[in-house]
Design a protein around this ligand. Sequence first.
Ligand SMILES: [Zn+2]
Length: 365
Amino acid sequence: MEISFYYTLFAVLAFVLGAVIGSFLNVGIYRLPRDLSITRPRRSFCPSCHAPIPWQQNVPLVSWVWLRGRCAKCGARIAFQYFGVELLTALLFLAVWKFFPWQVAIAYWVFVSILVVATFVDLEHFIIPDQITLGGTVTGIIASFLVPQLMSADTRLASVIRSALAAALGYLILWIVLEGGKIAFGKKRVELDAPTPFAWTRHGDDADFVVGEERSLWSDYFAREKDRLLLHCDEAKIDNRAFGGEALEFHYNRVRIGSEEFMLDTVDQISGVARELEIPREAMGRGDLKFLAAIGAFLGWRGVLFSIFAGSVFGSLIGLATLIIGRRVWSAKLPFGPYLALGALIWMFFGEKFIRWYFQFVSPI
Ligand SMILES: [Zn+2]
């Protein structure tokens, strides 16, 4: 009877701690990508009217429900995401506490916090800040020193080495995938010696982009929402509208010429003669690479391999599903971070079981 009382008490404590941490993670998710300080102002503020939120209106989970998702001062909607992040973190903290011995659980609480922040920042901004990825890698290596069980190691030294190697593996393996992808897609830089004809032709939710002899897929140029491709033209034609010598400024979903803007999903054909082409400086972000390094530092090399495998599978499935139900934003690249995070979570909870099942399957002795 007593055991079940303490069991329940600690379960509740883990959940409440998760909700409180989740509330703090919300601050990080909002402020980190906007380069705002995490500690100043110390008080949370309403994203709409910037009024500081008093502590009694800032109780995790409860306040959002109590105030029906609105700011008490200005009545602006407070996104459901705030509540969702608190609930998700609370549930993850509870699950981690239930699954793992306490030293490992504390390390994994830190780890799931990193996963949650990375996921929600990446979903909104298509970036994962260095504070999370590099900070996460260093934290993972330190955690492996303090808790060698994380790396199934007998000594602290072995644990640190395994953690650091797994981080390096995570970075390298994605680097190879991305660099390999670049070579496969052909060279990105198109240098124009003389005025060169170009054509952009839409095919469903992507387009062919031909400049001179160079043919490529439109979506390969854009990795981030903010990516911009500039095409300086002598003449240009958007569907049946003709324009003079101006620059076409492309984003993944729209094109601007002069003061006019066209959504690309309403345009079938763009053509003309170009003098100069500026492509997005870096077609692929480095955030995913560093994020996988952080995952490696906490989960080891097998966790790296599983996360990238599971992440790719989820990414393809979700991409396919959104395509089928027609909700996919035109040609936007889906961020990869959240899928890596999901793969990492599954590995953390079920990796050992998965390995046992797999080896039974391969060598049924
Ligand atoms: Zn407000």
